[in-house]
Design a binder for this molecule. Structure first.
Ligand code: ZN
Length: 175
């Protein structure tokens, strides 16, 4: 893979290809996290992530609609130019401890939703074309709604107690 094949965002079609990759990955990741939380009987956080998966799923449905009739570029996974190593919205499963308390899980989701909003804001700012700027702004506003929604959720839970990672009865512990 050469750096020269990387695919920058110039047109609305490019933007939609990026946005769809990002939202689909975010929705899938939230589902995976929900499954993971269920395995560990953390129902509260599991339900929260299911809700986020549904929201991101609706977001990508909306983008699919916008893309109808357009020919989107096919971009290989390594040719996306994300600000970091991965798409900004997807949570790294390694960041998720199975005992993660709701407040920490929400804070983690919040961090990624903020990154997604910032990603679209930056695109809008850098856009050379009006249609790209408008669409990126629209997506930024939607992500900022997710941010506000998660911020409200966060107020419903007490902050995580220090030492929450320590399991008094760890699974699969050899003795
Ligand atoms: Zn979002």
């Amino acid at each position: 893979m050469s750096a020269s094949s990387s695919h920058p965002i110039r047109t609305v079609e490019d933007l939609l290809a990026y946005a769809l990759a990002m939202e689909t990955e975010a929705a899938e990741r939230y589902e995976e996290l929900a499954d993971q939380m269920e395995v560990h009987h953390n129902q509260e956080v599991a339900q929260l992530f299911r809700k986020m998966a549904a929201i991101e799923g609706r977001h990508s449905d909306h983008m699919q609609e916008l893309a109808r009739g357009m020919e989107l570029p096919e971009i290989a996974p390594w040719d996306y130019q994300w600000p970091g190593a991965e798409s900004p919205e997807a949570i790294d499963p390694q960041d998720l401890h199975y005992r993660i308390p709701p407040a920490r899980a929400i804070a983690l989701a919040l961090r990624h939703e903020r990154r997604a909003a910032a990603f679209y804001r930056q695109l809008a700012q850098d856009a050379q074309r009006d249609d790209v700027r408008r669409t990126a702004e629209e997506f930024a506003v939607e992500e900022e709604e997710h941010v506000r929604w998660l911020e409200q959720w966060l107020t419903r839970y007490p902050p995580a107690e220090p030492g929450w990672e320590e399991d008094p009865d760890p699974p699969n512990q050899p003795d």
